[in-house]
Design a protein around this ligand. Sequence first.
Ligand SMILES: [Zn+2]
Length: 593
Amino acid sequence: MSSTNGQYSQTRWSLNALLSSPEGLAVDQAIAELETATTAIEAMRPTLSPEMSGEDFVKVLKAVESFAEMAHRLGSYGPLWFSEDTQNQAALAFMGRMEQLLTEAQNRTLFFSLWWKGLANEAAERLLAYAGDMRYKLEQDRLFKDHTLAESEEKVINLKDINGISAMVTLYDMITSKFVFELEVEGEKKELTRDQLMTYVRDPSPELRAAAYQEQFRVYGREATVLAQIYTHRVRDWATENLNLRHFASPIAVRNLANDVPDAVVDTLLDVCAEQAPIFHRYFKLKAGWLGLPSAKLRRYDLYAPLTQESSKKIAYDDAVAMVLDSFNEFSPAVAKEAQRVFDDGHIDAEIRPGKRGGAFCAGILPGVSPWVLLNYTGEPRQVATLAHEMGHAIHALLAANHSILTFHSALPLAETASVFSEMLLTDRLLAEESDPNVRRDLLVDAIDDAYATILRQAYFVLFERDAHRLVAEGKTMDELNQHYLNQLNQQFGEAVEVSEDFQREWICIPHIYHTPFYCYAYSFGQLLALSLYQQYKEDGESFKPKLLKILAYGGAASPHHILSEAGIDMADPNFWRSGFKVIEGMIDELNE
Ligand SMILES: [Zn+2]
């Protein structure tokens, strides 16, 4: 491993590449530029016609791109600033101001996309020839042709959403992020955030693991009726807008079209996940044996239990960065160089600070500008994997840098390809270097636990959502939703895991089903895709590399179907999804030996 000589330290990031300051001249200028772009688009309205010249069409597209760039700068600054410090009133106020300002600007330019969607096929085809890199984005817009309303109606929906359903979801966040959890650890009563509480579900002590979950459900349970009511409104609003007004065939079809993945493919993915659940059942049974639990059967509380009793060794941040960059370098020096840029540009915030948002994420905002990566690095070995994961996202964005701002973001189902692949590269490297059987075992257990949490768990969230949207429409109560959730957990775990009743209200603790309905299958999709790509890499070696780099370099400039079929992948084929599960089966076999 190359030494970095303490070159990397956990510092705050710099947002200067977005805006040099959130106040004063910098913001005024950016707002003025947004206004210029908005007025330019408005001024072109009379030129829009099915007969317009390709040259005029390109002019509109350029203005739309400039508008998007300013909207991204102004719209992303607030959330990033807020995640640095969630108690920051100025960040919150900035975010609110920008949301209002951007919605109004978007409404003024809405006519372009409505005109474009309404254009006859022949005229659209002619103009698409001039679209260059924006072609797929424009094609994708037209997929929504039959689900689009009149301009005045679209405007009202946008304006009412800010203080309507979006505000409702913000209230969910505000209520739940104020929760304080209490847990007695080694005789000491602690007050914890949810992130901190959830670290105890991986504690060696079975009592502590159970207590952590029970505390989560106790605290959420106190507000369960309010939180379930917010969910009911989310679901009803989804149905009113998307089924009644926009005529989508089903609630999930909205997400599928946005992802540009056919309904049948998503059904196949979810079916294969349910069908392959026994692979994890076998793992959970083995794990119960290795843990030597008194209950003989794994309790749901024990799902993420570590096999090693003593707390694992800590890895210094500097070493973690070196390990991740090394594993990239081994795959491709060019990829490692891209990753290096994120550090050189100071776009990573890995420091632990009070008030900072929990978890980790990567935000690629402008093509060619290093993405921003947030981490809460405390040194547990699994956080090295998190670093690899987020840096994978960063590489994905950087490899797609030569696309338009409107096409460089990869579609959701492909968004986890580089991140999961990077984790696999790191795990394999660590396995290759590690001779201690206990550490090797921990590495594999972590990888399989993560695969469970990303694939099966997320697929079952979506299976629940599919039913929940129907049950809410039928007027079912919270208790009935709880019962349904518990029944599905029992299906998911079969005979392998004992699920206690308190898990019935787990669904109200899942922010994604409130924020972005049916989002979660993108995780199952992404992880299974990345696993089978990794399998191909192991089989084909060097010749595989250009294939992966090509997938990543597309960003979002072509449909998932196009990008994957070029790589020889048929996402409609259940056997493709099964091949991802085979990789997990292989890891379980290895562990069992
Ligand atoms: Zn990710």
